[in-house]
Design a protein around this ligand. Structure first.
Ligand code: SF4
Length: 344
């Protein structure tokens, strides 16, 4: 619920509106685990609100920490479904400035990208606004057991699911996470990632011109992309790039194009095609050598091929970076998330 909705609900219960503001601050800023922790509420109010509101915190099933400090969490939802999310920690020098939570937006994913462990499991359902926001809150609560000052600084919607197929909930979650009396995470510190749901990219430009956009492009020819990212059959590259141009026209913002580098697919010729496709587009290309995932028979190209691919794009004037690996040893890196811990 937004702060306003909680204030209204309190008034409807015959309590002053400021109680709602207090509850919102306890839930969002202090990330408490229950009504009893809200120390400025009387016992009577705690009982009243306990009966009136539904509070379904995520249940932590398991947490794992990578050698590089990345943490992966397996949470159970109220209906028993399970999702994963990731907290990316950086080195000690910068860790206090940037703590990025990678959120899931769906249970499973209907897109079925061939290199993605989540996509191979099929789709169960969308997450609610509360289930999306609760991932940040629960990670905050858990981290504060170790570090009282912990606060998430960045959010990326890049976990399980296609965020733009759960559009309304993602947008509502962004607004709650951005609210000043709540987590107060700047919208420019949030990034929505999409496999290429073209109409929703245009909608996003209209509805929120601050939040960042990352497009999982991967390849620049339709035949290959149809195979790797099946949603390309519905929104082929021409349609996708037209939506991207419209997004940039409206927001003036640069789009990050994510490119998974796969041995046998990421040739210099493929790089030239990509440079041609992105000509004139305000773009930044993020190269991600494909990660090993159990059950998926994909290999990353060798270092020489990766450098050649990057070199072609740079020579065409396209800013390009190689994504720093995070959490590969605990299957928390891109494309590796899925509910593999269910039997754990
Ligand atoms: S990469 Fe993203 S869009 Fe593709 S199947 Fe995986 S979760 Fe879905």
């Amino acid at each position: 619920m937004t702060e306003l909705e909680i204030v209204e609900a309190c008034r409807n219960l015959g309590r002053p509106g400021f109680r709602g503001k207090q509850i919102y601050a306890w839930v969002q800023q202090k990330a408490v685990g229950g009504w009893a922790e809200m120390r400025n509420l009387s016992n009577e109010d705690q009982r009243l609100f306990h009966e009136a509101f539904i509070w379904q915190p995520l249940r932590l099933i398991k947490a794992q920490t990578s050698l590089d400090g990345t943490r992966k969490y397996l949470f159970q939802l109220a209906d028993g479904e399970r999702i994963e999310c990731v907290l990316m920690a950086y080195d000690r020098l910068t860790a206090r400035d940037r703590r990025t939570v990678c959120l899931s937006t769906q249970v499973g994913c209907p897109i079925g990208c061939v290199f993605c462990a989540t996509g191979q499991e099929g789709f169960k359902r969308n997450l609610s606004v509360g289930e999306i926001v609760a991932q940040v809150l629960e990670i905050t609560r858990l981290m504060r057991l170790e570090d009282r000052d912990f606060k998430a600084t960045n959010v990326v919607f890049m976990g399980m699911g296609e965020p733009l197929l759960n559009y309304d909930a993602v947008l509502a979650a962004i607004r709650i996470l951005n609210s000043r009396d709540g987590q107060d995470i700047g919208r420019r510190r949030m990034t929505v990632s999409t496999s290429g749901i073209a109409p929703r990219i245009v909608d996003l430009a209209r509805d929120d011109d601050q939040v960042g956009l990352a497009v999982s492009l991967h390849v620049a020819d339709n035949a290959t992309r149809d195979r790797l990212v099946p949603v390309n059959r519905r929104y082929p590259l021409e349609t996708l790039l037209e939506a991207c141009r419209e997004y940039t026209r409206r927001t003036n913002r640069r789009i990050t194009f994510e490119v998974a580098l796969i041995a046998g697919e990421s040739s210099a010729r493929a790089a030239r095609q990509m440079a041609e496709l992105l000509r004139g587009q305000l773009a930044h290309v993020n190269l991600i050598p494909v990660n090993p995932a159990p059950g998926l028979d994909l290999r990353r190209p060798d270092q020489r091929e990766i450098s050649a691919f990057a070199g072609v794009l740079s020579a065409a004037g396209i800013p390009v970076s190689l994504r720093e690996e995070k959490g590969t040893d605990i299957d928390a890196a891109c494309g590796q998330l899925r509910r593999r811990w269910e039997e754990a």
